[in-house]
Design a binder for this molecule. Structure first.
Ligand code: UGA
Length: 433
């Protein structure tokens, strides 16, 4: 099938490449000509494991192309909307500028029978509004939220754990077209839920709100553990054995960041407020607050191990990305903590396997080095803020030879305390004695 994907960020670029890999003829379109040039060269402007290889292999088949000209979508039967919906400046609400602009640009190129498929995360009610102008061209609209995780984006797109189609009542033609697009995943037994627009839009934000709540729940337990001497990681293991609860997304630490969870829960609250249902989501205010408090706690813990004063103290920060296997530092707890310590006068020396350049763009004042060893050289304290495999694998003995003081703060509960303590380190963590 001939498919277009409008918006070639994390979501759109991965979606375009995966659809081509599945056998469709795909054109990815973006207004950012530099991004398009890099994707067309098989060199994406962001780090996503497996994506460069996938782009190269899909383009070699001739089934994947990129363009900065929206007219390139002409002739496609299905048009995916994958543009960003960031948080508005000075408000919790989502900024729909890019969605509205993409639809306006697409309208003149739509043909009767085409299907526009929204994948962007939008406030409930957006699809119903957009459907009007799309219907006027003879095309139809469906909303098909995306649940991919950064770092696993290719796998999550090719083998999603569910497909959600939001369509207008009785729109069997759109369901049939989407079935054709996702034939491979459906043949592999992927569950499919067909809903109305509002439900599909809500499924997405409800899923992210649930995940954020799960993380803040365990981080709230960490706060209580800290004043009782209990160990939140053991607590998570123990409650996680209850299959109704489950162990996944119960890792206590610095909390959630990234381009999705933080802004999605805020946009969800803002939209519920507009709809007169703000009370229903009041708990998300607390979810957000618990999450922010973890960062403050990490700064306080650093002050504590530095006898209340970090001024002039060399502090090694290992990890800047919002999670491992990503170079994304949007709302990253790690980068936030590093910046706060620098503001307090610490001499922060930071490293990350992939996120140095992205960090430098937002926080040029920090000192960046290429490796954990360079960062640790002469450090008075080491902070592990993103749980990259290479940091988890550090040898406490060898690493101890580099630092001025063997003090390590584990912001992600990703190290073995016994191993570090037996090598003479003072080990401190969030929610653990
Ligand atoms: C999240 C969702 O997991 C995806 O399903 C969704 O499609 C995506 O947002 C989106 O809306 O596009 P992502 O932002 O890639 O995916 O990252 P997650 O793996 O969910 O991690 C989010 C944050 O939570 C990270 O900062 C991570 O370190 C933190 N986290 C995660 C914890 O602090 N503890 C955990 O147990 C799990």
């Amino acid at each position: 099938m001939k498919i277009s994907v409008i918006g070639c960020g994390y979501l759109g670029a991965v979606h375009a490449a995966c659809m081509a890999e599945l056998g469709h003829n795909v054109v990815g379109v973006d207004i950012d000509a530099e991004k398009i040039a890099r994707l067309a060269a098989g060199n994406p402007p962001f780090f996503e494991p497996g994506l460069p290889e996938l782009l190269t292999s899909a383009m070699s088949t001739g089934r994947l192309a990129f363009s900065s000209d929206i007219a390139a979508v002409s002739g496609s039967r299905v048009h995916f909307l994958a543009v960003g919906t960031p948080q508005q400046r000075g408000s919790n609400a989502a900024d729909l500028t890019y969605v509205d602009a993409a639809v306006a640009a697409l309208l003149p190129h739509l043909a009767p029978g085409d299907l526009v498929v929204g994948k962007s995360t939008v406030p409930v009610g957006t699809a119903t509004r957009l459907a009007v102008s799309i219907a006027a061209t003879g095309a139809r609209l469906a909303w098909n939220p995306e649940f991919l995780r950064e770092g696993f984006a290719v796998k999550d797109t090719v083998s999603p754990d569910r497909l959600v189609y939001g369509v207008e009542t009785g729109d069997a033609a759109s369901v049939a077209l989407l079935d054709e697009v996702y034939a491979a995943a459906l043949a592999a037994g992927t569950p499919k839920v067909v809903t109305d627009f509002a439900t599909a839009e809500l499924v997405k934000v409800a899923a992210n709100a649930f995940l954020a709540t799960k993380i803040s729940f365990i981080n709230a337990m960490a706060e209580v553990a800290e004043v009782t001497g209990a160990d939140v990681t053991q607590l998570a293991d123990a409650i996680g054995y209850d299959t109704r609860i489950g162990r996944r997304f119960l890792n206590a630490g610095l909390g959630f960041g990234g381009g999705c969870l933080p802004k999605d829960i805020r946009a969800f609250m803002a939209r519920a407020e507009e709809l007169g249902a703000g009370d229903a989501l009041n708990f998300l205010v607390e979810v957000d607050a618990i999450n922010q408090r973890r960062r403050e706690r990490m700064v306080d813990l650093t002050l504590e191990v530095c006898n209340g004063d970090v001024r002039g103290k060399r502090i090694a920060v290992l990890g800047l990305a919002f999670k491992p296997d990503s170079d994304d530092v949007r709302d990253s707890p790690a980068l936030d903590v590093a910046a706060r310590l620098a503001e307090l006068g610490a001499n922060v020396v930071a490293t990350d396997p992939e996120a140095i350049e992205t960090s430098r763009r937002i926080r040029p004042q920090l000192d960046y080095v290429a490796t954990a060893e360079e960062a640790a050289n002469g450090a008075g304290a080491v902070l592990v803020l993103t749980e990259w495999a290479q940091f988890r694998a550090l040898d406490p003995e060898a690493f101890g030879l580099l630092v001025a003081e063997r003090t390590i703060l584990d912001g992600r509960n990703c190290l073995d305390p016994a191993q570090w303590r037996s090598a003479g380190w003072t080990y401190r963590a969030l929610g653990r004695p």
